[in-house]
Write a new protein. Structure first.
Length: 120
């Protein structure tokens, strides 16, 4: 599978709870990223397809998404820029989304994902 790497200026980790009609559901970690625009470009945000793995080189977390994309996020750029609130609002209004929370920064390479994304 072809992997593309995205390099955001800012990023935060979201814990998204999805619900099902039968009352069940599941959690998923997603990276909300932001890029600062220049004179000819505006700011932009993007939410990944769901974190399935992470590598860390001491400076950069590389989060692999379900789609195969890689988000290369600098450890010192964990921050929610104002324009990223549009992405957060869109995620909260998405079909089947029950709740979205912005997680506090942590050592993402040591995070026990199984505990964070277990079924509801």
């Amino acid at each position: 599978m072809f992997e593309t790497e995205k390099l955001p200026d800012f990023w935060v980790m979201l814990r998204v709870k999805f619900g099902r009609k039968d009352g069940g559901g599941f959690h998923q970690l997603r990276v909300l990223c932001g890029w600062v625009g220049g004179y000819t470009e505006g700011e932009a945000w993007k939410i990944n397809s769901g974190v399935v793995g992470v590598d860390f080189d001491g400076e950069i977390y590389r989060f692999k998404g379900r789609s195969g994309s890689i988000y290369a996020c600098h450890k010192n750029r964990y921050s929610m820029a104002g324009f990223m609130h549009d992405g957060l609002k869109e995620m909260r209004n998405a079909q089947h989304v029950v709740a979205v929370e912005i997680l506090e920064d942590r050592d993402w390479a040591q995070t026990q994902y199984a505990k964070m994304i277990s079924p509801c």
